[in-house]
Design a binder for this molecule. Structure first.
Ligand SMILES: Nc1ncnc2c1ncn2[C@@H]1O[C@H](COP(=O)(O)OP(=O)(O)OP(=O)(O)O)[C@@H](O)[C@H]1O
Ligand SMILES: [Mg+2]
Length: 497
């Protein structure tokens, strides 16, 4: 359906795609793999009409084309779901669905909503077409984007990390959907960091590394060869054979409670728990059950409607975000581009975003840019942020590297309690391991940590105790011992019943 030949794209200081060849075939789910910054989003940006190649040729149905705009891409039947939401948060779902596609204007809004609802029913998703998009969870927003592309009749669906926000069940459903599309002779291009998904859903796997295509595994090999061999080959292609290795630092002596939460009102329910120095409390649950609200209430983004929060001995219930932060309470948001960073600001500024006007980065109201850049260089090195330099706008970095900027900022300087919301979302296998190691090391150094994640494997890897959240309530807290997985599963099932 689409042939890419010798595609090259250069940005200042980096060759993002270096003479890449790619064939997108009808009836195939084609998975793109590669470490953070390998050039995956850039490559599909050229399919979506967002970026123009410097060199090379794109052919659609054997005709050379210039995909000059997203609109042109849509005309060619290429629908894209980007890594970061492209929906307008202030509009309803139905309104978002009618944006940018002129022929929709002829259809009644009710008709759009109806077709959307039919799709939702098909895939077992419950999203109200009249809901304001900004009030949906990130996972739900991503689902809306997938359905939008389908509603526009795309024959080639390009998904940039579309699965990363979904629950395991949602991923399985999306996998079924992708395979269904392939059976109907459409094509799917999927970018993911989860090798399991690549092998489960992929008919073909292409690996990029530093802009170069370094491996392609076709359907025959994926079908016939054993997974262990294929897995080894893919990891070797991605990282040059550097092993992942386990991340955690265990055997930490737990101190006294640092964070005490009593009867805190979250989404109309109340939660109570404590986190000790050196302890990692995992918060498991299906996306959208109040985890984000809990994090935001703790961070001070909402006024406390009831209950109490103590940091050390001190009540912080009435304090604002800045005061809580200065006392050592940090929040690593899952919305790294929306609230975590300012895309047009340099990496260096983003690393001091919450210290603006404060020493040592400002003095007498004057910005000390040498100090800010020195600080940035230090964190860039320590957190292995892949950026041309501290002055590059953060929005130009690859998704995984933006995440590292947010992590670096929040873990740095006087943190006592850190709340992580999906900290490794969008990170490749190696960066995930190093983020886990950092979280483990911070805990070992006495940090109290709350780890919110929909990835149960991540929680089981890191947490000392695990709380299960449902509809704003903590339905149980269990120690992370041998049978935690099954007990958590039982709790989730009971709640769902
Ligand atoms: N608009 C841009 N301006 C400058 N550099 C860019 C721009 N877009 C991408 N880059 C750079 O090109 C390289 C490839 O980035 P890309 O976003 O394609 O990576 P990726 O494989 O999608 O990574 P991730 O898994 O982290 O999302 C990176 O070094 C990135 O910083
Ligand atoms: Mg990307």
């Amino acid at each position: 359906m689409i042939v890419l030949r010798g595609i090259t794209k250069r940005f200042p200081g980096v060759v993002a795609n270096d003479h890449v060849d790619l064939d997108i075939r009808a009836g195939e789910v084609h998975v793109l793999l590669g470490e953070n910054g390998a050039g995956k989003s850039t490559l599909i940006g050229m399919l979506s009409g967002l970026i123009q190649p410097d060199e090379g040729e794109i052919r659609v149905g054997d005709v050379p084309v210039r995909i000059s705009s997203p609109k042109r891409a849509l005309q060619l039947g290429i629908g894209t779901v980007f890594q970061h939401s492209m929906l307008v948060p202030t509009l309803t779902v139905a309104e978002n669905l009618s944006l940018g596609a002129p022929w929709w204007k002829l259809q009644a809004a009710g008709e759009i909503a109806r077709r959307f609802e039919a799709l939702c029913t098909d895939f077992g998703v419950r999203i109200d077409p009249n809901a304001v998009t900004g009030e949906l969870s990130l996972g739900e927003r991503q689902q809306v984007e997938i359905f939008r592309a389908l509603l526009r009749g795309s024959r080639i669906l390009v998904l940039d990390e579309a699965t990363s926000m979904l629950t395991p069940q949602g991923v399985a459903e999306l996998g079924g959907l992708m395979q269904g599309l392939a059976r109907r002779s459409m094509a799917v291009v999927l970018i993911t960091h989860k090798l399991r998904e690549a092998f489960e859903f992929g008919d073909r796997i292409t690996v990029l590394r530093q802009g170069l295509k370094v491996a392609e595994l076709g359907p025959e090999r994926l079908r016939d060869e054993d997974e262990h061999t294929l897995h080894g080959e893919v990891v070797h292609a991605m990282f040059g054979g550097i092993g992942g290795g386990m991340a955690t630092v265990r055997g930490v002596v737990k101190g006294p409670p640092v964070l005490v939460v009593r009867g805190l009102v979250v989404e109309g329910a109340t939660v109570s728990f404590e986190v000790a120095a050196g302890e990692i409390l995992g918060v498991a649950g299906i996306d959208g059950n109040g985890q984000k609200q809990l994090a935001e209430v703790l961070a001070g983004q909402h006024r406390v409607a009831g209950g109490e929060i103590l940091l050390g001995e001190r009540s912080i219930t009435g304090l604002d975000v800045g005061s809580r932060r200065r006392l050592g309470l940090r929040y690593v948001t899952d919305d790294r581009l929306g609230e975590g960073t300012v895309g047009s600001f340099p990496v260096s500024t983003n690393l001091v975003l919450k210290e603006i006007g404060r020493r040592p980065f400002w003095k007498w109201g004057i910005e000390r840019s040498a100090e800010i850049r020195r600080h940035a260089r230090d964190l860039i090195a320590r957190f292995d942020v892949r950026t041309p330099g501290p002055d590059t706008p953060v929005g130009r970095l690859s998704g995984g590297n933006i995440q590292k900027v947010v992590l670096a900022r929040e873990l740095f300087g006087g943190a006592r309690v850190v709340i992580h919301n999906k900290p490794t979302h969008g990170l490749d296998v190696l960066n995930t391991t190093s983020a886990w190691r950092r979280i483990g090391e911070a805990a070992a150094a006495g940090m109290a940590t709350i780890l919110i994640s929909t990835d149960l494997d991540e929680i089981l890897e890191l947490a000392d105790r695990i709380a299960v959240m449902s509809r704003g309530r903590i339905v149980g807290i269990v120690a992370n011992d041998g049978d935690a997985r099954s007990r958590i599963g039982e709790m989730m099932a009971e709640v769902a019943a």
